[in-house]
Design a binder for this molecule. Structure first.
Ligand SMILES: Cc1ncc(COP(=O)(O)O)c(C=O)c1O
Length: 377
């Protein structure tokens, strides 16, 4: 059997999910580092854990694991629709936002198509484009590392099928103001789909941000992606959703596997949507941790991006990998950004207040070490 001849022609462009130190589950991080205490600040997870209401609902769902889940997740669709002011037929569930990105690619991208992706953006847009054998076209970032919408418009050709945007953007945390996004969408040809990933939506409350669900009412070619992995803290349950006009949602539904979202995830999501207190506590924890981080960066004279998400991207002015290694020795795992050309930057997820206090103490210590190589992005 010659596997190299058997795999699809896109195979050389596909990479398995990496398992570097920053990608490991926390117990494996502890093992790898030989440390008892490790702070995982590399995944933009919610440190408060799921809502107690969600945990109770998921425990209850365990007793029915012999039964297949609802295929569409009707109860969850109804609740999301009510919350977002749309109809249930405008919503579709997925196995995390990751799967929704793949479903969109599978629904729309042919090998001859182009997908526009901002240069510094979540990696799964590229992975899904490659999976379909379509051509990724990178659009530039602005000087301040915000997404350059004019730059994206200039990349549109008659082969463009999809434009991926992330708002707030990962890994920068910056937002595209709602008025700019609306003006942009109005200039995009109607046969080009604009996918707006709002994984961090619930953390954003400033800098002109507003959800693009509003845009889906006016534009048939806008599709919004959300997740329960972030503010709702259900990352391991794997549930996300998309919102768009009925025809668009119906098209993606043709590609969706029959039971893509398990019943535990559906039960957890449903209960989470009823726990506004947990969302408020998560947002508050995030605001406190983000302030602690940013105050520290100000004190150290470091440049960082104003974030509307649950992480901050900071330019350490040193070799990012070296800073990463020294933080790791102390039990703090963050994210390097050299893959995006940001060699001196790190992305740090917001943990609990006490974790962030411990982190800033360690970070200050590391930054005082005089043998760290200084570099510029
Ligand atoms: C922008 C963005 N989209 C999607 C995802 C994937 O989310 P999920 O856990 O729902 O697959 C992430 C995860 O970090 C993300 O940052």
């Amino acid at each position: 059997m010659n596997l190299t001849q058997m795999v699809r022609s896109v195979y050389p462009n596909l990479t398995p999910y990496t398992c570097s130190l920053a990608d490991l589950p926390v117990e494996e991080m502890k093992q790898a580092l030989g440390l008892e205490q490790v702070y995982k600040l590399s995944f933009n997870e919610n440190p408060l854990g799921p809502s107690p209401k969600a945990i109770a609902a998921m425990q209850q769902a365990l007793t029915q694991l012999n039964l297949y889940p609802s295929s569409s997740g009707e109860a969850v669709l109804n609740k999301i629709a009510e919350k977002e002011g749309v109809q249930p037929q405008n919503v579709i569930l997925s196995n995390g936002a990751d799967e929704m990105i793949i479903l969109v690619a599978q629904t729309f991208l042919e090998p001859e198509d182009e997908a526009i992706i901002p240069q510094i953006c979540f990696v799964q847009y590229l992975a899904s484009t490659n999976l379909m054998g379509a051509k990724p076209v990178f659009s530039p970032m602005k000087e301040d590392l915000g997404i350059d919408l004019d730059g994206a418009l200039q990349k549109i050709t008659d082969k463009t099928k999809v434009i991926f945007l992330c708002n707030p953007n990962n890994p920068t945390g910056t937002v595209i103001p709602a008025d700019e996004l609306r003006a942009f969408v109005a200039r995009v040809p109607e046969n080009v789909l604009v996918v707006i990933d709002e994984a961090y939506h619930e953390f954003a409350d400033g800098d002109g941000y507003a959800s693009s669900v509003e845009l889906t009412r006016d534009f048939a070619n806008v599709f919004v992606i959300r997740t329960f992995s972030k503010v709702y803290s259900l990352a391991a349950a794997r549930i996300g959703y998309g919102i768009g006009q009925t025809e668009l949602v119906d098209a993606v539904n043709h590609v969706r596997p029959p039971f893509n979202v398990n019943s535990i995830a559906q039960a957890g999501a449903l209960a989470s949507l009823d726990d506004a207190e947990h969302v408020a506590a998560s947002r508050q924890n995030n605001a406190i941790g983000k302030k602690l981080l940013c105050d520290t960066f100000d004190e150290l004279g470091l440049t960082y991006l104003k974030s509307q998400a649950n992480f901050v991207c900071v330019d350490t002015g040193r070799d990012g990998k070296a800073v990463f290694d020294r933080l790791a020795e102390r039990g703090f795992i963050v994210r390097t950004l050299a893959g995006y050309g940001l060699k001196s930057s790190l992305r740090i997820s917001i943990g609990r207040e006490e974790e962030m206090r411990a982190f800033v103490a360690a970070f200050k210590e590391v930054m005082q070490e005089s043998d760290l190589p200084t570099i510029k992005n």
